[in-house]
Design a protein around this ligand. Structure first.
Ligand code: AR6
Length: 172
């Protein structure tokens, strides 16, 4: 079964997919960037559900409903803060992508959208992060039968071009 990898330049809260991934912090109690946008668009019940989850480790995920969003679920994941690259950041970021897909598949999600995790406030260089994202998603997608579409949702043209180029180079 073939899976579609696509790149969109968009606000992730507007996407019509089964699940969106949130680049959260370990409290899971909201913040700025894409996290703030998701909480605003989903409404206060998302925060209520998050309060009961006991936080989330870096590299791990927690799943909630998506309330007012078009998606059915939000997969909250906590990316690493960039500290120069030698403190396990690539493995932790890879784990965010891997576990997000695994947890989504458990809920029979068929389309999943990722933001550029860790590349805003957490300072992970966009190009290095995109390489991790494309490598991980590209290497595991064939394992997941129910997953038909993975969207890399970029908030700038520059990020979208990075992903388009990497996907072309890797011939995924
Ligand atoms: N749709 C898609 N992408 C977005 C949106 C949006 N609506 N808004 C921002 N981005 P960031 P991080 C992009 O800072 O680096 C929060 O306060 C943004 O341009 O949201 O993982 C959390 O609570 C960038 O490319 O997440 C944490 O404390 C990407 O999303 C902390 O920030 C990630 O930027 C997490 O930092």
């Amino acid at each position: 079964m073939s899976i579609e990898l696509s790149v969109k330049e968009a606000d992730i809260t507007t996407l019509q997919v089964d699940a969106i991934v949130n680049a959260a912090n370990s409290s899971l109690l909201g913040g700025g960037g894409v996290d703030g946008a998701i909480h605003r668009a989903a409404g206060p019940r998302l925060l209520e559900e998050c309060r009961g989850l006991g936080g989330c480790d870096v590299g791990d995920t927690k799943l909630t409903l998506a309330y007012r969003l078009k998606a059915r679920f939000v997969v909250h994941t906590v990316g690493p803060v960039w500290r120069g690259g030698s403190e396990g950041e690539p493995d932790l970021l890879a784990s965010c992508y891997r576990r997000s897909m695994a947890v989504a598949v458990k809920k029979q999600v068929s389309s999943l959208a990722f933001p550029c995790i860790s590349t805003g406030v957490y300072g992970y260089p966009a190009e290095l992060a995109a390489e991790v994202a494309v490598d991980v998603v590209g290497s595991v997608i064939s394992r997941y039968d129910s997953l038909r579409e993975v969207v890399f949702c970029c908030f700038s043209r520059g990020d979208a071009e990075l992903y388009e180029r990497l996907i072309r180079i890797r011939e995924i």
